[in-house]
Write a protein that binds this ligand. Structure first.
Ligand code: G3P
Length: 222
């Protein structure tokens, strides 16, 4: 399973790259808003420059999301984003207009990520439109007492049944168990916040065992 990082924060992206674990990056307007903070000077040009900086750091797919609702505008914006770098993946919402834009990009050979996916039928449509990636949001389903990972399992099964090449990115990952479950159900990718990537390495028995090993190692003179 590939690991993408779900952030627009350059420090986090650099730190994840240093761990040697980074296969790609996903961003969305809310993640961009987090790095901008209260700055009223941040322009669309700055947004594109920021995506370019991410592409310089990571040698893998970088999802950049369109910020409009109609298909024609998504196509214009997506083509501009695709021109930033060959690794840019155009993220489109799973709406009728988003599907039209995905179909267009797929015909142009521009990679796409169908986002805000909450049902197996939406995932089926994304694959039929030619999306390169589909992003089911597991955490947000869990938030409304619906098992997010059951959706991922359905999507993996459906894609497998018909040999769709669309890759499943488990998104809205909130904790390490989401990562385990993504791997158990055979998702292609999990896009993980930096805080959760760090948590994956932790185990109290590792800390306890290491403490004892260090104490016992001290009997040896160097
Ligand atoms: O990958 C999608 C993600 O950024 C949404 O996460 O935690 O806002 O549901 P969350």
């Amino acid at each position: 399973m590939k690991f993408f990082i779900d952030t627009a924060n350059l420090d986090e992206i650099l730190a994840a790259r240093e761990l040697g674990l980074l296969d790609g990056v996903t961003t969305n307007p809310s993640l961009i808003a987090k790095i901008v903070g209260d700055s009223s000077n941040f322009t669309y040009r700055d947004f594109k420059d920021h995506i370019a900086r991410i592409c310089d750091i990571v040698d893998g797919p970088v999802s950049a999301e369109v910020t409009c609702l109609n298909a024609e505008e998504m196509i214009v914006e997506g083509e501009e984003l695709a021109a930033i770098h060959e690794n840019v993946v155009i993220k489109c919402p799973l709406t009728i207009n988003g599907l039209k834009a995905i179909r267009h990009f797929s015909e142009q050979g521009i990679p796409t990520n169908a986002t805000l996916v909450f049902s197996p039928n939406q995932a089926l449509l994304a694959a039929k439109a030619g999306a390169s990636y589909v992003s089911p949001f597991v955490g947000r389903l869990d938030d409304i007492s619906t098992e997010g990972m059951a959706l991922v399992e359905q999507i993996v099964r459906i894609y497998d049944n018909y040999g769709f090449l669309t890759q499943v990115i488990v998104a809205s990952v909130r904790h390490p168990q989401h990562v385990v479950d993504s791997a158990m159900v055979g998702a292609d990718i999990a896009t993980i916040p930096f805080s959760v990537i760090r948590q994956l390495a932790n185990h109290p028995l590792t800390d306890l065992g290491l403490k004892k090993f260090m104490e016992d190692a001290s009997v040896m003179k160097k």
